[in-house]
Design a protein. Sequence first.
Lengths: 495, 127, 494
Amino acid sequence: MNAAHHLPVLAIVLPLVFAYLMPLFDRWRRGWCTPAALGVLAVSFVASLAMAWQVMTGGPYYYQMGNWPPPWGIELNIDYLAVFTAITMTGVSLVVLVYASKDLLHELKPHLLGWYYTLYLLLVASMVGMALTNDIFNLFVFVEICAIAACGIISIKSNKECLEASFKYLILSTLGSGCLLLAIALLYMVTGHLNFTYIAQALPEAMRLYPYNILAALALLLVGMGVKAALFPLHVWLPDAHSSAPSPSSAVLSGLVIKIYAVSLLRVLYQVFPADIFEVTPVLNILLWMSTLAIIAGSMFAIVQEDIKKMLAYSSVAQIGYVFMGFAIVDFFALTGGILHVFNHAMMKAMLFMAAGAFIYSTGVRHLSGLKGIGHTMPVPAVAFAIGALAMVGIPLTNGFISKWYLVLGALHDGQPFFAAVILLSSLLNGIYYLPIIVNAFFSEPQGRVAAPLPLPRQMQVPLIILGLGCLLFGIAPSLILGLIYRASEALLGL
Amino acid sequence: MSITDVLLRLHQNNFYFFAILLFIIGFHTMLTHNNLIKKVIGMNIMDTAIFLFFVAIGYIHGGRAPILEPGAAHLYVNPLPSALILTGIVVAVSITAYALSLIVKIYQHYGTIDAEEIMRLRGGETL
Amino acid sequence: METAISFLPVWIVMFPMFMTLVIYYVEQRSEKMRNALSVGTSVVTFLSVLMLYPYMMAGEIIEYSMFQLLPNLEISFRVDILSFSLALLSSFIWMLVSIYSIDYMCHEHGCNRYYPVLIITLASCMGIFMAGDLFTLFVFFELMSLISYVLVVHEESLEALRAGYKYLIMTIIGGLALFFGIIITFELGGSVSLGGETLITVPSTLAFFAFISFLIGFGMKAGMFPLHVWLPDAHPVAPSPASALLSGIMLKTGAYGLLRVIFHVFSPGLLQEAGWMIILAVVAIITILLGSAVAITQDDIKRRLAYSSVGQMGYILLGMSIFTERALIGDIFHIFSHAFMKSTLFLAAGAIILKTGKRSIRELGGIGRLMPFTMLAFTMAALSMIGIPPLSGFLSKWTLSLGAMDAGLPYYVLVLLVSSLLNGLYYLPIIITAFFGAEPGHEHEQVKISEAPYKMLIPIAILAVSCLLFGLLPTNLPFDLSRKAADFLLRGGF
């Protein structure tokens, strides 16, 4: 067995191991922390890309942890969706980490940097784990690691807002984990398996014998993942948590962490539960209407915000609604749009949060009306913000347009033009709250602290440029990623 | 189904029944109490309820711990849920520790561990 | 067809786009160079469009597909006679406006922002007219709409920003409506190409949604009632050369889009059968009457011109809803003549505002004696607007009316007459005040008002003479092009 076969485990274990080495590095050679963390994530990213290549050329495969065959051993499922998610998670988190290396010096006490990297690597490892795993209890463990690490990178700032926000997040997140674990218990009870494939095989029979157990499990799963993914009425923790956290944390939390739960839910719903369960229960309909509410309400809330990061956080509530809407309309195009939006929104929102973080870093201004004229004094983050905002509105030739195109096409194709109209309405709302910021940034004279910002370090500019170009690149040449997503949706829909 | 039947079923499934009861108690405590410590206690009750539920799945009446002795054939309980719950307990303990340390920090900053009081201090924003 | 020629549309769109970058780079160093490059770019663009003339007259259609974004969704160009007519018109007026801008803008701030934006809007405008499919059209439409925001808020005054905000929100609404229309077309027709078959052939609820979406999207741009609300605010606050382009050309992109939708996405037969054209006709009539009537009440000269644009766009929308050949000829010819008239008016008004600093019509007494040439051009264009016989406005209205009579719709002619009367009511007072009004006294003794500089006068003069010429000569290029384009569209447009 050659080394290339062990890539999946490398992508997870390497960050996991280095997470625990970071405090040591911190004690020993503080200067090594950043390169080590970046290196590890780069290796993970490359491993994910290599897996994508393997999967695209040789088809999906399974990896048995420790050579224990299922149903006893833990299995990793390297399929299209998994590698797509792994690429998104490692790629964006790598870019954000470059930014974090400078921004954190400003936001955190210096001795916490090593610990921050610990939490950050743990977070990435758990997300990649969630993306790849084929074992439902393993999924739970990664969910828990992710939850603690996510709370950790909020509360590490240790000011009033962060502590309160991360406690709120922790409590609700535990609630979600509790529901998830109970769902797993119920599934295990009726099927006797923890492996996705085996549960899926046993469920149709179990469905006949114990329908209520399975329905309860489905409901608990929906609530559990819904809380964690901040699906509308369960989003209450998100705005505080994402707005008070250090900016790089906000970028990964909003860009990646809420998505990974959505993707996990997608995987469980489509791959584990038999398709006919959705005909007897309105689960997908509930999901559809919740996402509709999320899209409208999230945008509405965002309009009235005055704090830039809070506005971005509410915008995430709306955008996660797009993702769920794509998953809930059972249509090839909509599903493609939903999965694509995971990727696109990860780039856009990470970029927007980092741009907002750059404004705060250089000027200390968080208030939207205080950012007048920022485009003249801080062109790079302001242009990045503008690109992100236009992508959010869905202007053609940005990546946001492509995901919107697929979502609307899916809604129309499925004969539900109402939801297409919802997406368009929300684009308008996005325009209402994003565009005035750009206008103020570029068509007003800078005043006060905005007029003389601190110079922005290069490490904070480069990620913005990369993601900004990425947003344009995937708007002009979406086929770079669409090949993978097409196959992922085909596999999920069993086409 | 008569009332006796219901009671009999409940008796047969008493682990599950009490697990769900505990789960609801924990859930309720966690969401409705303002005291942060009580929230954490509620969280633990909820977690414990799930552990009970999970372990009960693997329990077989009269079964023994699955320590295989050569030659002896016994009725064993399913070890897998117990093993899983061991992981679950570890997770729960670490989350509890983390939550408690957060509460300490929150107390240092706000001087209170009452959620509503904290909300008030933060300026009228309600959950 | 030679490959060089099929590449020409790409060149026409990409060259100004590339030059935008060059100008952006150069302007940091030399203002003279910037001005020269801007004018040079627009001249080269105009000449490039002109190079297509022989091919177009031979009835050829030039197609070029650039790259594919998604399956069946590509950036492609396609030039037929209608595209060519409008591209020629736009690049011509753009050229004159960029010459005019040199002297006008030297008194303004932020020129370094103005010129690149001027040129990139030219590029996107060419993109709209030469688009080979709805998606390309949409991309350039959005690009132009969003970038012309910069022209609208150029002054950065509170008034401009407020008007700009309204404009921006309307643009987003219009863009989303277009998006919806295009995606429904894609869903129903499987493609959005303008060069293939008619895309929607069966009237259905979804098709109706698409039609309404297109109407909202393009109608918003064309200042169609009730989506015209941004127009009278946005056009006057822009610098005058930009107003001339906004009113003279960019409004027409909406009309152009609607023409494409009516003849390529749907078909006249389908629309008539389904009775959806009534909607367009009704809003067009309201637009005509409302725009003309409200213009009377305006005192700000540029606001009056902007409302007049609303009314005039109504003619064009009305012309589209009648499917007779003469109506269509008049319709397309009115796009030409309104572009000439309205840019003359805005440029002349700009010259007056630049020299006097006054925008209120009441204060313009006697200006015709101080700036005779400018005011003469203004008068000529205004009379053409009213539809006085030898001028181009008369010809377009006459042809439109004949078309309406052909279709047996004499009410439309009545509407045109009433609106001409209203046009007279708001244009004639300006002329009378300017030539025969008393000068408002002592202020003028201190500041001597002279004629506008020649770099501004020449473009105004060229445009004004065009108004006269294209009405006077029985066969002229715009009329010929309109005839050919109308014929082409009615033959099926493929």
